[in-house]
Design a binder for this molecule. Sequence first.
Ligand SMILES: *[C@@H]1O[C@H](CO)[C@@H](O)[C@H](O)[C@H]1NC(C)=O
Ligand SMILES: *[C@@H]1O[C@H](CO)[C@@H](O)[C@H](O)[C@H]1NC(C)=O
Ligand SMILES: *[C@@H]1O[C@H](CO)[C@@H](O)[C@H](O)[C@H]1NC(C)=O
Ligand SMILES: *[C@@H]1O[C@H](CO)[C@@H](O)[C@H](O)[C@H]1NC(C)=O
Ligand SMILES: *[C@@H]1O[C@H](CO)[C@@H](O)[C@H](O)[C@H]1NC(C)=O
Ligand SMILES: *[C@@H]1O[C@H](CO)[C@@H](O)[C@H](O)[C@H]1NC(C)=O
Length: 776
Amino acid sequence: MKLLTFAVYMALFAVSSCIADFPQLSALRSKASSETQGQAVHGLLKRLIGERVSDFDIEIDSTLGPQDTFKLSSVENGRIKITATGGVAAAMGFYHYLKYFCYGQITWAGKQTMLPPVLPPLKTAVTISTLDKFRYYQNVCTLSYSSAFWSWERWEKEIDWMALHGFNLPLAFVGQEAIFQRMYLSMGFTQKELDEHFGGPAFLAWARMGNIRGWGGPLPQMWITQKLMLQHKILGRMRELGMVPVLPAFAGHVPAAIKRVFPKANVTRLGNWGHFNSTFSGTYLLDFEDPLFQTFGKTFIQMQTQEFGSDHIYNADTFNEMRPASSDPDYIAKAGKSVFKAMTAGDPQAVWLMQGWMFLSPFWQAPQVKALVTSVPKGSMIILDLAAEIEPVYQKFESFYGQPFIWCMLHNFGGTMEFYGVIDNINKGPSVARNFPKSTMIGVGVTPEGIHQNEVIYEFMAENSWRKEPRDVYTWLSNFTQQRYGQLNDDVNNAWQLLLGSVYNATDAHRDHDLVMITKRPDPKYDVTSDVWYNPEDVFRAWDGFVNASHALQGSSLFHYDIADVSRNNLQLVALIYFSEMVKAYKAKDIPTIEKNSASIVELLSDLNDLLCSNERFLLGLWIADAHFWATSTSEKTLLEYNARNQITLWGPNGEIHDYASKQWCGVVKDFYKPRWEFFSNWLIQLIKNGTSWDSYIFREEIMRTVESPWTFSTYPQRTEPSGNPIVKSTELHAKYRPVTKNEFFRKIWKDIQIGKKSKKGLGLYVAKISRMFSL
Ligand SMILES: *[C@@H]1O[C@H](CO)[C@@H](O)[C@H](O)[C@H]1NC(C)=O
Ligand SMILES: *[C@@H]1O[C@H](CO)[C@@H](O)[C@H](O)[C@H]1NC(C)=O
Ligand SMILES: *[C@@H]1O[C@H](CO)[C@@H](O)[C@H](O)[C@H]1NC(C)=O
Ligand SMILES: *[C@@H]1O[C@H](CO)[C@@H](O)[C@H](O)[C@H]1NC(C)=O
Ligand SMILES: *[C@@H]1O[C@H](CO)[C@@H](O)[C@H](O)[C@H]1NC(C)=O
Ligand SMILES: *[C@@H]1O[C@H](CO)[C@@H](O)[C@H](O)[C@H]1NC(C)=O
């Protein structure tokens, strides 16, 4: 037994030996005492299971393992003891017990935490160690696409979720505008100049990265102040639980007024980002060799540390989706050195965490990447290999030339809602990366642009922190469904198996963020097959399975969410038939057929809206209510609601990034997508009558002016309570639309994909598109 334990330790040590090469990273750890961490976990359990927390003993013992480790065992009086190296490991231990011994689950859509009256005993102790030092969570965009308007109550839930799922290195980006404001005002900038610099409440992520400036603002002072206070709570809780929060650092972007305040400042104006014009884009970047760069960088860290303290790790993304002024490796190395020097001037122990997203762009070849990542001492930088499940870049760049990296799953863009996942890569990728020659991998991460969708993928990914080998995904899935609903049900289990083998098995890493026809601005040139990379019949059969299971699982709130979500995804597929018929009819100048199919789409959108209204996870009203929550005046309320509505539709004053973060929500489907489709079919009919041809520019201007833009400015109240029962609605819609799916249309798409007649769009296309979009 002893020998075996020793062997396990040795194996762990071998896997993790690289962290020992980076003493600065080994030193990154929470300053919270064992007692504090134990109490924080006790509080977390109390929030989840109330009084039953007394059935668990929690003990923090940092000597338990070299990496985060938990040990579960049965002790007297039927209680379960969780011994763990820290707060996060203890929370992971609880979640492991909940999942694998009590059939429970905790996800964004809800929780299944019904414990049996007597906790199932453990015959032998269960010990699990994480394989790497870090588990990273969040994308800089998540803060805008999903958590923009969260109150402390919602943040508290999310931090609980992070701990349960093992994340110990969370991005902590809330409230940074208060520090930037303090710094800039102290240097002589005026508030008006900052109003033109900070982004609006729903667009801070991109203003922070220097992609845009001022758009959606001016940022109200109450927001800046309230978010500062919120950040104190967030950091407090993260630290108590033993996490190491990642704070922002100065990346070089400065307000346009820099030349007024510092006439000698050497700044360049960056190109416009996306389709934004120079009113809200074209940020000013301070030259790396300008001494002011050091002043700003150092002052920012010092002021931030004074306010929040520090855990010595900072994120700065100077070149995210922005082309550097020169591709000369010397220039890039100097830039890197300068960013880091400014960081260390403020905090000598600073570690720089950087998103490696831009390395997917053709600008970043080996000499440029090497220049940047080796511009700072080894172990003083952590690179997030941001979309490693679709295109890992560590392989292309020799494990980042010796700098440590984290294998991250990006999974989605804009938090859109269609079913999607690259299950096989997520299963295999992390272990392949750990075993890569001279691997410098030090963790796994989850970096979605948005959350609240595809929960199965996140549950699966989180276990990569301790699973050494790829597992049989279908066995894992049976465990998942049992945990999700608290019982095993064959109908729903079969349905999930069908989804896993189809929508969640995107083998060619197919991803086009334009997915989902109904949420896109209509265009007769839209290729409906780009919505499909799997056999649609599998998804329709999965729908059957959910309906079949609905009697047995009617008591599960997660089932209510899931059946609505599955029905939603099915309806979005059915709409493809009507659309493709409509386009055919347009080409044949057949007005009655256009009208018929248009009526079908409109009816389907009404049905979809009703369905979504029946579950609280799909309500536009709650997104808006969360935005209103922060308002202290009518004008603030108006600004917040406009931000909330614009981000999920036009994304910019003129639809610059329109439909990128689309949401199939009750309220949006009925009042935004439906009128848009009505407008489109009328337009096609008029074109035929007028004898004119399709001009996408004229169409865009008209639909934006008459349908889209007015919706973003509207303020009529939206429902904040669900109405109806998603099981009843889903069953009705299944009866109505399932027969429609038995259509040659889908068989043909699938056949074309199988014989390779339709090329499955791969990531290459996606990258090319992103590169064009962001002028990389
Ligand atoms: C840029 O877009 C804004 C907002 O739509 C518009 O008001 C402005 O005139 C445009 N500016 C330029 C320089 O085209
Ligand atoms: C200003 O910065 C640019 C590059 O950003 C550099 O080429 C130039 O030499 C700098 N000018 C001065 C006066 O330092
Ligand atoms: C859960 O997974 C274990 C192996 O990890 C397997 O033995 C068990 O059968 C699974 N449960 C179900 C319901 O499939
Ligand atoms: C995904 O599809 C590939 C290719 O068809 C297949 O080899 C693989 O087993 C599938 N994976 C799952 C989880 O179904
Ligand atoms: C659902 O039930 C129907 C009728 O009993 C059956 O024909 C069908 O195979 C079931 N579907 C699934 C996916 O379980
Ligand atoms: C069709 O012609 C009418 C009358 O000239 C005009 O008002 C309308 O805008 C035209 N429609 C389209 C879609 O071009």
